[in-house]
Ligand binder design. Structure first.
Ligand SMILES: [Fe+2]
Length: 269
């Protein structure tokens, strides 16, 4: 059976409206790429349930966008999770491609793409498409945002800028009196997310840098950039935080060295 490790991060929300009355747990899922841990993902589900999370945040690439998309395990996991928890979901580059399947591969493949999102909606997943939803956990007013990044943010061999005004155009303004959690698949734009006003950004995409070296960390990104800064872990900038998951799966070249699949638990206090 494929194995994963559980990584736990303490998230200090600071003073003001962001502080919960009691600490609580939430789960960050990213880059599942349709992977399975135990029959019908029972090992993953068991690990999630044992944390008693208040919410699940899915930061994209839950499926893999091959011409016949690999999505059944991703859908089955989402269906199970939504029976117990609110699941907030933003697309990654693989969902982006699936959403545009009809243009890329024709109508038949396009129908798979349509089915994927229809199923998520049927399960009651909170799909955040450049939109937000308000919730309250342990008395803490939270606004969860989902940023659908423009395709140029995923181009290979190059890094395109993403400005605060672009994010503002897509999302509007953050809600200053609430704690703003931003789901954004690609972590390389952390400075922009923080400057926009995200108190906590949740991301993935880089798969921990595929190969992890002692002292250097992750080696390469899906866009073939070397030694990425935000490969996995917690980062802070001017009081704003970002958690980057190393992801749970692989695609194309199944390469993870010294870099096991990772389930992230957020202990928010
Ligand atoms: Fe990705």
């Amino acid at each position: 059976m494929a194995k994963f490790k559980l990584t736990r991060y303490r998230i200090q929300t600071g003073d003001g409206p962001g502080r919960p009355l009691q600490p609580f747990s939430a789960i960050l899922l990213s880059d599942l790429h349709n992977a399975v841990f135990g029959e019908a993902n029972c090992a993953l589900l068991q690990a999630i349930r044992s944390e008693k999370p208040e919410a699940i945040f899915a930061a994209g690439d839950m499926l893999t966008s091959t011409q016949v998309p690999q999505m059944d395990a991703a859908l089955a996991l989402m269906e199970e999770l939504t029976k117990q928890y609110p699941v907030y979901y933003v697309e990654g580059n693989h969902e982006y491609k699936v959403r545009h399947f009809a243009e890329i591969y024709g109508a038949e493949a396009g129908a798979d793409g349509v089915r994927y999102f229809e199923e998520l909606e049927r399960f009651g997943v909170h799909l955040l498409k450049n939109s937000c939803e308000r919730t309250e956990i342990q008395g803490m007013p939270i606004t969860v945002w989902g940023l659908e990044l423009p395709w140029q943010c995923y181009r290979r061999f190059q890094r395109n800028e993403l400005t605060v005004s672009q994010v503002r155009e897509l999302l509007g303004e953050p809600e200053k009196e609430r704690y703003n959690i931003l789901l954004a698949h690609n972590p390389v734009y952390f400075e922009t997310y923080a400057a926009w006003g995200a108190d906590l950004t949740l991301a993935g995409h880089l798969h921990g840098g595929a190969v992890r070296l002692p002292f250097f960390g992750g080696v390469i990104t899906p866009q073939f950039q070397l030694f990425p800064r935000y490969d996995r872990g917690v980062f802070e900038r001017c009081g704003k935080q970002m958690v980057v998951s190393a992801g749970l799966g692989c695609h194309s070249i199944p390469l993870r060295v010294n870099n096991p699949p990772e389930l992230v638990v957020l202990n928010v206090m």
